[in-house]
Design a protein around this ligand. Structure first.
Ligand code: NAP
Ligand code: GCO
Length: 266
């Protein structure tokens, strides 16, 4: 086999959840470049339409559906519709996610549950919906978008860290339970990436100076920069391709080295 073929996604159908923009969009773009047929969902039709226009602008013939990934009924309908209209899903990227930055003792149980619902329960629901057909087909790739907060905590992100820590273990458990069916389940742990989700941490201060958190992250990252969504494309293609057929239950941190580094001395 030509070595580059190992990284090809030609003939594969990839479902990336929450991929109208941000990290999911960048991963979809990379997978499309590697030959995959892109299918995505978002919670609102207007965002699906916005995503379709953005994909078209990039020359990508993506298919988009409205689906709230926290609803098992909607997810099962989505997967059945994809299988009927496009084909069996070969690659699932559980990307959809939210964060609420609230001090734990000020966070309501409902707010905590909402984050867990989207960031942990939904990846379970979507993976459970696609695995049976992957087993029948004899292969499958599941990539869960974890986080540095799968490993570390910080103030105000208790629900998010709990969800992403759980997602790391769900990743390992899917790998354990379904590896024998030639299904590989791995995680990608992005570091701090410049997307709408982290925009509040990067906005300029009224006096035009950098946000303190922005400076903090730059000092904590050996690469001395925020990540871009495009930085995640290559790692995602690797984990979606035959090149990673013996990689299972692993979380690949794409963080510029932040998890390895104590931080620049002030
Ligand atoms: P983002 O810009 O906030 O995009 C999240 C996407 O998920 C949006 O399209 C959003 O749609 C969708 N979504 C949210 N809830 C949904 C639901 N119930 N059903 C369907 N779609 C839903 O986030 P991002 O920065 O691209 O992050 C994507 C993933 O990477 C998330 O899992 C996040 O936790 C993770 N991550 C991000 C970073 C970072 O620094 N940005 C780092 C590590 C991990 P709406 O706009 O309609 O809500
Ligand atoms: C935060 C950030 C992080 C990033 C990411 C880091 O508030 O600390 O939003 O949680 O989104 O998850 O890997």
């Amino acid at each position: 086999m030509d070595f580059s073929e190992q990284f090809s996604l030609k003939g594969k159908i990839a479902l990336i959840t929450g991929a109208s923009y941000g990290i999911g969009f960048a991963i979809a773009e990379a997978m499309a470049s590697a030959g995959a047929k892109i299918v995505f969902n978002d919670i609102k039709q207007e965002l699906v339409d916005k995503g379709l226009a953005a994909y078209k602008e990039k020359g990508i013939d993506a298919t988009g559906y409205v689906c709230d990934v926290t609803s098992e009924e909607q997810v099962n309908e989505l997967v059945a519709k994809i299988e009927k209209e496009i084909g069996v899903i070969d690659i699932l990227v559980n990307n959809a996610g939210i964060i609420k930055r609230i001090p734990m003792c000020e966070m309501s149980a409902a707010e905590f549950r909402q984050v867990i619902d989207v960031d942990l329960n939904a990846p379970f629901i979507v993976a459970k919906a696609v695995i049976p057909s992957m087993i029948k087909k004899g292969h499958g790739k599941i990539i869960n978008i974890c986080s540095m907060m799968s490993e570390l905590g910080r103030e105000t992100v208790s629900a998010y860290a709990a969800a992403k820590g759980g997602l790391k273990m769900l990743t390992r458990n899917i790998a354990s339970e379904y590896g024998e069916f030639n299904i590989q389940c791995n995680g990608i742990g992005p570091g701090y990436i410049a997307t709408p989700q982290t925009a509040p941490l990067r906005e300029k201060q009224p006096d035009g100076s950098s946000h303190p958190f922005d400076s903090f992250i730059i000092a904590k990252t050996p690469a001395a920069r925020w990540g871009n969504p495009e930085d995640l494309g290559g790692p995602a293609v690797f984990l979606a391709s035959d090149a990673s057929n013996f990689v299972n239950g692993h979380v690949l941190y794409v963080d510029g080295g932040i998890l390895a580094y104590i931080g620049k001395q002030p």
